[in-house]
Design a protein around this ligand. Structure first.
Ligand code: ADP
Ligand code: MG
Length: 674
């Protein structure tokens, strides 16, 4: 259909997210009013919204008890007052004595007797026909009336092609309602429709639309997945001598969960197509060992592996750890940091390009800019959630084969969201922590009791423990954040003349940052004052105390990540969350959640409830596909079905799949492209 709507109305519609005729059909009612039925006034139930009709017997503006237009109508069996607190003088004429009025509103006991306040009303003639369907009430915006919305939507319903995109067989098999009928039902429900089910969006008609939306999302993402899958990648034979030797050299045995995800990764790496796997595991669940084993599988097969991290601090930690693990086994590594001298950098780049370096570690940014490999086969991307799923890697690589990718994330994403958001990836989950961890004790402390915290930190440090002091996040200004960190550092240094204190923040030159981290790791520093740069990956097992200032400003996943920096050793660890009063409702809720739970998945689930999927994933940043109709909590079962159906449509009914995608994503497919 062509889009026959004037510019002014179009702008208004665009505010509602309606940009094409199909969007109009998806602009679904919030609720309905029943104008299909007239109640005799005497029988009309109190406290409900009802429609009545009667003759005006009296109408006048009155001033007591307050200014109002009061109009009395009766239908032979009873009478009620229509009361308007805001009115135009012209209404006195419209509602003149003798006119017949149809009014819809909530019936209640008022000052004069039975009344409706501000009913919707119109003057009607004899035997005026009743509505045949319930009247939809749509979400709208200033300047766009319900009537004109209804008109546009009625037109779209009549003129759009609403042919079902699901094959009849699948539709029947899964007992899904007919598409066109579902839309008609939602916009124009019959008088006897179950309004509850409509408003709560559990009605089969709603379910059909929610299903279709989820299906479109799955189709689009699976489509991209299959496209990438159609590339070639070197099949890597699993688990050779190096992997065995590495496993033997570790001071611990892998957990069951690590074994399970490793088997999944090894199977993928053996395929002649690129792996696209996301490894999820809570903070401290031991993803790095798994990454090392994935890298070794490439190296054993004569290929290179790369590991990249979002920050230089983290990349360096990884490098030190992996080099420590693997160089003893004869694996050649290279380290790429922005702070290397030009000469060192060139040397590292050459090692990558010649193939001399079997494992290259660096930051994500560096890899994207300049690295060429001899024969890269496996790329591991740590803390993948920091990049947004749609920023896939553009690894430059000579030769045509694509690279196996293992993305790791410590931000657990609830299952429904991950199925929806990561439908273009295979997902492995480490759902078990290594044994012997003592849970971190979390305490909420009002900033008014800061002195006690200071005393406690000092005592712990003098007792041989190490501590982090995390400075507040200041979103508006990085400079201000820096200033706060420096000031905190100076104040603490004055307060604790007998402690060795270090400072680390994002603006510190790379070499200094590395030096401070190394000193903390060696145990030369008691206390590390830090901005949230330490949020990811930092692993210093002897650190067992953490203070987080202005914890009320931080998001749940950030708090969880920060807290994950302690509790890595055998010692009982404590995390003190300092907060400033007064707390907003949301901040209070967040602090309660982080206090009550240490399970990343549980925290993520509650965070999702608190914020909704868009906020949760940082929609603006990552371009997460927003759902208009479906709700990942309410429609969780539909998601499974949508995923299976997407597979079978792509397999057996490609034309249906194409039509479905066109209907749902036509014009806005771009956000799903990777
Ligand atoms: P994350 O998943 O947060 O990246 P790490 O890989 O940094 O976690 O692991 C956290 C700590 O647990 C590290 O010190 C690591 O050596 C140790 N670790 C990993 N796997 C095991 C295991 N199976 N048993 C005991 N300790 C382990
Ligand atoms: Mg990690």
């Amino acid at each position: 259909m062509t889009w026959k709507i004037g510019n002014a109305a179009r702008e208004k519609l665009a505010k509602l997210g309606v940009n094409r005729p199909f969007d109009l059909l998806l602009h679904l009612p919030l609720r309905y009013e029943d104008e299909t039925h007239l109640y005799p006034i005497a029988d009309a139930p109190l406290g409900q919204t009802v429609q009545v009709e009667g003759r005006v017997v009296h109408c006048q503006a009155q001033y007591r008890p307050r200014k109002a237009l009061v109009c009395r109508i009766e239908d032979g069996g009873g009478e009620i007052f229509l009361r308007f607190l805001h009115f135009y003088p012209s209404q006195l004429k419209t509602l003149a004595e003798g006119k017949t009025v149809r009014a819809l509103g909530e019936l209640r006991h008022g000052y004069h007797g039975l009344e409706m306040v501000h009913p919707r009303y119109r003057v009607v003639g004899e035997e005026a026909p009743l509505a045949e369907a319930l009247t939809p009430i749509y979400p709208t915006t200033a300047g766009l009336s319900q009537d004109s919305l209804r008109k546009h939507i009625r037109q779209a319903l009549a003129s759009e092609n609403l042919a079902d995109t699901l094959p009849e067989k699948l539709r029947e098999q899964h007992r899904l309602a007919d598409f066109a009928a579902s839309l008609a039902y939602l916009h124009q429900p019959p008088p006897d429709a179950a309004q509850m089910a409509l408003v709560e969006r559990t009605h089969p008609a709603w379910q059909r639309l929610a299903f279709d939306e989820l299906l479109a999302q799955q189709l689009s993402m699976r489509h991209h997945y299959r496209q990438r899958r159609s590339f070639d990648a070197p099949p890597l034979a699993p688990s050779g001598a190096l992997s065995q030797a590495f496993l033997r050299s570790l001071p611990f045995a892998l957990t069951g969960a690590q074994h399970k995800v490793l088997a999944e990764i090894r199977r993928d790496l053996g395929q002649p197509h690129p792996m696209q796997r996301l490894l999820q595991g809570d903070v401290g669940s031991g993803k790095t060992v798994v990454a090392a084993l994935a890298a070794l599988q490439a190296i054993e097969n004569g290929y290179q592996a790369a590991l990249m991290a979002p920050t230089e601090i983290l990349a360096e930690q990884h490098f030190l750890k992996l080099a420590g693990w693997l160089e003893g086994l004869g694996v050649k590594t290279a380290w790429l940091a922005s702070r290397l001298s030009a000469k060192e950098k060139r040397a590292a780049l050459e090692k990558a390009a010649s193939g001399e370096a079997q494992l290259v570690v660096g930051t994500h940014a560096l890899f994207q800019e300049q690295v060429e490999f001899h024969n890269l086969a496996v790329a591991v991307i740590d803390e993948q959630h920091r990049f947004g799923v749609h920023q896939r890697l553009a690894l430059r690589q000579k030769g045509r084969a694509a690279v196996h990718q293992l993305m790791m994330s410590a931000t657990p994403i609830p299952r429904t969201l991950s199925m929806s958001y990561y439908a273009d990836l295979d997902v492995s989950v480490i759902d078990e922590l290594p044994p012997g961890r003592t849970p971190v004790l979390t305490r909420l402390v009002s900033d008014a009791r800061r002195d006690e915290v200071v005393t406690r930190v000092r005592a712990a440090c003098l007792d041989g423990r190490q501590a982090y002091w995390v400075c507040p996040l200041i979103e508006e200004s990085e400079t201000l954040q820096l200033k706060t960190a420096v000031e905190t550092y100076e104040t603490l240094a004055t307060t604790f003349p007998d402690l060795n204190i270090g400072l680390v923040h994002g603006r510190l030159p790379g070499a200094e940052k590395a030096e401070v981290m190394a000193a903390f790791k060696r145990g030369d520093l008691h206390l590390l004052v830090a901005t949230t740069v330490i949020e990811v990956g930092v692993d210093v097992p002897n650190a067992s105390l953490m203070v987080i200032e202005h914890a009320e400003r931080m998001g749940l996943s950030q708090l969880h990540q920060l807290r994950g920096r302690v509790g890595r050793g055998a010692m009982a660890s404590v995390c003190l969350l300092l907060y400033q009063q007064p707390l907003s409702e949301l901040a209070r809720e967040r602090l309660k959640i982080i206090h009550d739970s240490s399970d990343g998945f549980e925290i993520a689930r509650r965070d999702l409830q608190l914020r909704g999927p868009g906020e949760f994933l940082g929609a603006r940043q990552s371009g997460v596909p927003m759902l208009r109709v479906a709700d990942l909590e309410r429609d969780a079962d539909l998601l499974d079905l949508a995923r299976d159906t997407a597979q079978s449509l792509l397999q057996d009914y490609p034309e249906h799949a194409a039509r479905h995608l066109e209907r749902w994503l036509g014009g806005r497919q771009d956000y799903l492209k990777t």
